[in-house]
Design a binder for this molecule. Structure first.
Ligand code: GDP
Length: 551
């Protein structure tokens, strides 16, 4: 058992995926296997543990990045037998909620990218993958739905390499695919694991003879990838001493390569059938970074704007970022915090540098899947919820008053859709104002202004679905019935200009040929699928995901 400090035993991770790849099912299975929930609800029947808001349950999509704390003792690898805390930040798969993805990417340290093994890389996976690249987030890949007809491990690995320009390194090989999927070869150990159909419990066995050659070829590829990032592996590789390579050496090199973002370990399974989830949990602990593996967070002093760095250490002065606000009827406002340095205690005075206010910290808690655990203090590396903090907005920094710092806030893409709304009655007017003010404090991608001509409120947001949910929340949470106008493209001209520039670039560099035409029009897509662009020769529509870098 390795000796590690508390912060080295944290993993703050996100699970990112194209919608329908199985992220919700996987998250729920992770919570089940980490012992936090004991009955697995079917996804989309309203019983899923991660999805909180009624809209999420009705629509069967995950909108908010709920943070959930779980605990896992890896069964294999360098950290075997040591309990680790895994904080899971849920990232939505729907394009309209890119701001939610941004906000969790801002505070997580590593991510699991989930793919549908029968589809490979899909357009939204590309969008989220590139966002994660921008934030420098180390990743592992999980090829889910290996039990589905058409599941193709090799095709997925190729598509990650080609479409995402990544360096995928399989650390497992599936045994069978589709209905025949029954286990995995663990490549660093060269052992087979067969899953119990009912419980998913793996038992070790011999690698089936017909897979041996393929497993050996993949293991060699794994060793080569490890050699590129680790001197010890390289030495043994060039000296031809492959038999001397230990499992620990390979695991250490895989971890280093992942942290340096030079490779992406690829694992697989079928969340729905409970297959491969425990190995993925081992992979999360073994390959993804602890907060202490990452560079110290940077910020600046509020007045003099001098750059400061704060290492992830509980003894440093406190600094934390507010990455999410939620409102709960029973407890009031819940502020989700990522603590980067120092220690935060209940009753302590903190400075909100962005709002220039001092606050006293009320209750602190960890949110588990099915309970809230109240604690007296939280430390560098923790993700927690604070109650009764007033006047806080998403993106604010909280710090020790004697060591003030402002951390970089959340990157907010420009809104793309605008909607005019007005309260149906005068009585509802004030309620609507209050509701909108609160919703805008929770969601930095929602902009509210007054139309100078009509006096109506203009809401701008990330897509039709985003604004529909805002209107829905006004009704369900604030009891406001609003009249809603037709959605329009916000700042249409700016957008058009950007898209045209981008297309010119695509044309010059010989990018995706069939779309490389001049964009003539930009319009809201039917039912919340973002924007469509009409081009000159096709006269058709181009889905927003295929137009790079318009944010
Ligand atoms: P999300 O949109 O990414 O959160 O995906 P969900 O978890 O909601 O899953 C989408 C659909 O795929 C649901 O019908 C799931 O039951 C199904 N699904 C999830 N995991 C698996 C799997 O491992 N195998 C198969 N065959 N289906 C799965």
């Amino acid at each position: 058992m390795s000796r590690t400090t508390r912060i080295e035993r944290y993993r703050n991770i996100g699970i990112m995926a194209h919608i329908d790849a199985g992220k919700t099912t996987l998250t729920e299975r992770i919570l089940f296997f980490t012992g936090r929930i004991h009955a697995m609800g079917e996804v989309h029947d309203g019983a899923t543990e991660m999805d909180w808001m009624p809209q999420e349950k009705q629509r069967g999509i995950t909108i908010t990045s709920a943070a959930t704390t779980a605990s896992w003792k890896p069964m294999r690898g360098p950290f075997a037998g040591t309990a680790h805390r895994i904080n899971i930040l849920d990232t939505p798969g729907h394009v309209d909620f890119t701001i939610e993805v941004e906000r969790s990417l801002r505070v997580l340290d590593g991510a699991v990218a989930v793919f549908d093994a029968s589809q490979g890389v899909e357009p939204q996976s590309e969008t989220v993958w590139h966002q994660a690249d921008r934030h420098g987030v180390p990743r592992i890949a999980f090829l889910n739905k290996m039990d589905k007809v058409g599941a193709d491990f090799a095709m997925c690995v190729r598509s990650i390499q080609q479409r995402l320009d990544a360096n995928p390194v399989p650390v497992q090989l599936p045994i069978g695919a589709g209905p025949e999927f029954r286990g995995l070869v663990d490549l660093p150990r060269m052992r087979a694991l067969f899953f119990d159909e009912e419980t998913g419990v793996p038992t070790e066995g011999e690698i089936p003879a017909e897979l041996l050659a393929e497993a050996e070829a993949l293991r060699l590829r794994l060793i080569e990838a490890c050699a590129e990032v680790d001197g010890t592996v390289m030495r043994k590789y060039v000296e031809g001493r492959l038999a001397d390579l230990t499992e620990e050496e390979l695991e250490r090199a895989l971890r280093m390569g992942t942290l340096q973002r030079r490779l992406v370990p690829v694992l697989c399974g079928a969340a729905f059938k409970n297959k491969g989830v425990q190995m993925l949990l081992d992979g999360i602990v073994n390959y993804l970074p602890a907060p202490s593996d990452l560079p110290a967070v940077e910020g600046e002093t509020p007045d003099t704007r001098v750059r400061v760095t704060r290492p992830a250490n509980a003894e440093e002065p406190l600094c934390a970022i507010v990455f999410k606000l939620m409102h709960d009827k029973a407890v009031g406002s819940i502020v989700f915090l990522r603590v980067y340095s120092g220690t935060l205690r209940t009753g302590m005075a903190v400075l909100n540098t962005r709002q220039q206010r001092r606050e006293r910290v009320g209750r602190l808690m960890f949110m588990h899947a099915n309970k809230r655990e109240e604690v007296d203090e939280v430390h560098a590396g923790d993700i927690c919820a604070a109650l009764n903090l007033k006047g806080v907005r998403t993106g604010d920094t909280l710090c020790a008053p004697e060591a003030p710092v402002v951390l970089e806030s959340l990157h907010c893409p420009e809104p793309v859709i605008q909607l005019a709304i007005e309260a149906r009655s005068r009585a509802d007017q004030q309620k609507m104002e209050d509701g909108l003010a609160r919703l805008a404090s929770e969601d930095p991608s929602l902009h509210v202004e007054v139309d100078p001509e009509t006096g109506q409120r203009l809401l701008s947001g990330m897509g039709e679905l985003h604004l529909e949910i805002i209107v829905d929340r006004l009704r369900t949470e604030y009891g406001v019935e609003a009249r809603v106008g037709q959605p329009k493209v916000a700042w249409r001209e700016t957008l058009l200009q950007k898209v045209r520039q981008e297309y010119r670039h695509v044309r010059q560099t010989g990018g995706p040929g069939q779309y490389a035409h001049v964009v003539l029009e930009v319009a809201p897509a039917p039912r919340g699928s973002g924007l469509v662009f009409v081009d000159d020769t096709h006269g058709g529509v181009i889905p927003k995901e295929l137009v790079p870098a318009i944010e």
